[in-house]
Design a protein around this ligand. Structure first.
Ligand SMILES: *Cc1c(COP(=O)(O)O)cnc(C)c1O
Length: 405
C-alpha cells in the first residue's frame, strides 16, 4: 500500500440521509397508493396488514404486529409477559435505552446481566448469575447484528420455563443454527428507525408464534380494545402504539429490499475483515460458529496494550484521515444513566424501584467486568448497504496506517 493511497480521502455514505439508504420510487409508489386510498389508519387500511403478514411469513412466525417504534415493539413484548410490579426482567447494560425503559413502564425491574467483552452480548452464564425467584423473562440483544449464543441461553430459559424476548433491532436476518434471530426465543422485536437495516424513520415490528402472547400484543397496541369481539371493551391498561398506513407503505417497500441490504452489508464487512485481520491489536468481530452476523455496525475490539491510546486513540487518528468511528458505542453502561442511578421515574415515587429486591438494583462495578472491559475496547464503525469496495479499501488503509504509525 502506498502512502498516497492511504491519504486519498473517500466520502463515506451515511445512513442519516439518502446517500446511505435505499429509499426510492418503490416507496413513493406505495405511499401514493396509501394516500389515494384515503385510509391512513391501519385499523381500516391494507398496507400495515400486508407488512405484518409478509414479515411474519419471512420468519415463519405465526403473528406479527407493527408499531410506532422499536421501543414500542419491545414495550408490547414486556406487556405480553405481563409482569407483576417488582418482577424482574434480565437484560443487558449495553443497549439502546428503548430496550430498557419500557420494562419500568410495565412496573418491572430491568436486572442487568454482564456481557462477554468480545461481543458485548449477554451469555447463558451471565444470565444465570442474575436469575431469582422473581425473574419473569429474559431479554437477549443481538448487538451490532451479531447473534448471542442462543443454544445455551435457550436451554437455560427452557429449564426455568422463562420466556425469551429477542431484541433484533440491530440484527435483521441474522441467523443462529438454521434459524433467523427473533424466532429462537418466544418474541422477536425489530426497529425501523432511521439508522437500522431498513427504515421508515420510526417504526417497529414484533413477531411471535405464541397465540397468548400474540393476543396480548394485539390488544396492547390497540388500547386493549377487543376489536372483533362480540362484546368489546378496554380490557386492561394499554396505549395506542399503532403504525400508520403511510409508514406501513414505506415499510412494505423497504422489506422488499431487506435481503439486498443485508447481503451488501455482509459482503463489504467480510471484505474489511479480510483486509485488516492481520493487524496486531485490532480484533475483527468475534462471531459464534453457529451464527451469521448481519452488520448493523462493524465493531472492532482494540487491545490498548498494543494500540497506543487504545480505542479512543485510534478513533482520534482515524478522524484526522476522515474516518468517523465511535469508541465505547454508548458512553457508559445503562445503569449509570440517571433514570437508573437516581431512580427517576414517576414523580418522586421511584416506582417501580420501590418494589425491587436490593440485589436486583445493585449496580456495583465488580458485577460487570465484561461490560466495562468491552466498552473500554470497542470501536464502532458506521456501516450501511451503500458501502462499496472503494469505501472499504479506504477504511482498511486508514486503519492500517493509524496502527503502524
Ligand atoms: C434502535 C434500538 C432500539 C429502539 O428502537 P427505536 O426505534 O429507536 O425506538 C432498541 N433496542 C436496540 C438494540 C436498538 O438498536
Amino acid at each position: 500500500m502506498s502512502s498516497a493511497e492511504s491519504l486519498t480521502k473517500v466520502e463515506l455514505p451515511s445512513d442519516q440521509n439518502a446517500g446511505g439508504r435505499t429509499l426510492g420510487h418503490e416507496e413513493l409508489a406505495l405511499v401514493q397508493d396509501a394516500l389515494e386510498s384515503g385510509t391512513l389508519t391501519s385499523t381500516k387500511g391494507q398496507f400495515v396488514k400486508r407488512l405484518e403478514s409478509e414479515f411474519a411469513m419471512r420468519h415463519g412466525a405465526q403473528h406479527c404486529y407493527a408499531s410506532s417504534s422499536g421501543s414500542a415493539a419491545l414495550h408490547v413484548a414486556f406487556a405480553a409477559v405481563d409482569p407483576e410490579p417488582g418482577d424482574e426482567i434480565i437484560t443487558t447494560p449495553i443497549t439502546d435505552m428503548g430496550g430498557l425503559t419500557p420494562i419500568l413502564f410495565q412496573g418491572a425491574i430491568p436486572v442487568f446481566a454482564d456481557v462477554d467483552y468480545r461481543t458485548c452480548n449477554v451469555t447463558a452464564d451471565t444470565i444465570e448469575a442474575r436469575l431469582s425467584e422473581r425473574t419473569k423473562a429474559i431479554v437477549v440483544t443481538h448487538l451490532f447484528g451479531n447473534p448471542c449464543d442462543m443454544g445455551p441461553i435457550m436451554e437455560l430459559a427452557r429449564s426455568r420455563s422463562l420466556p425469551v424476548i429477542e431484541d433484533c433491532a440491530q440484527a435483521f436476518e441474522a441467523t443462529y443454527g438454521d434459524q433467523r434471530v427473533g424466532t429462537l426465543g418466544d418474541i422477536g422485536c425489530f426497529s425501523l428507525q432511521q439508522g437500522k437495516h431498513i427504515t421508515t424513520g420510526e417504526g417497529g415490528l414484533t413477531i411471535t408464534s405464541d397465540d397468548e402472547f400474540a393476543r396480548r400484543i394485539f390488544l396492547f397496541v390497540n388500547k386493549a380494545w377487543g376489536y372483533g369481539d362480540p362484546k368489546p371493551d378496554h380490557y386492561f391498561l394499554a396505549l395506542n402504539y399503532r403504525m400508520n398506513e403511510l409508514t406501513g407503505a414505506v415499510a412494505a417497500a423497504q422489506l422488499g429490499k431487506l435481503d439486498q441490504s443485508v447481503a451488501a452489508r455482509i459482503e463489504m464487512a467480510d471484505l474489511l475483515t479480510s483486509k485488516i485481520s492481520d493487524i496486531d491489536g485490532v480484533e475483527t468481530p468475534h462471531i459464534n460458529p453457529h451464527a451469521t452476523h448481519t452488520y448493523w455496525k462493524y465493531c472492532l475490539t482494540i487491545d490498548p496494550t498494543v494500540i497506543e491510546g487504545g480505542a479512543v486513540g485510534l478513533a482520534g487518528k482515524l478522524k484526522e484521515l476522515g474516518v468517523f468511528s465511535a469508541p465505547r458505542y454508548i458512553q457508559k453502561p445503562a445503569f449509570e444513566c440517571q433514570v437508573f442511578a437516581e431512580q427517576r421515574t414517576f414523580g418522586n415515587s421511584r416506582f417501580p424501584f420501590t418494589e425491587a429486591r436490593p440485589e436486583a438494583v445493585n449496580y456495583d462495578r465488580s458485577l460487570f467486568p465484561g461490560a466495562y472491559e468491552g466498552l473500554e475496547r470497542i470501536l464502532v464503525l458506521p456501516w450501511n448497504e451503500r458501502y462499496t469496495a472503494e469505501h472499504v479499501t479506504f477504511i482498511a488503509n486508514a486503519i492500517r496506517s493509524c496502527c503502524h504509525s
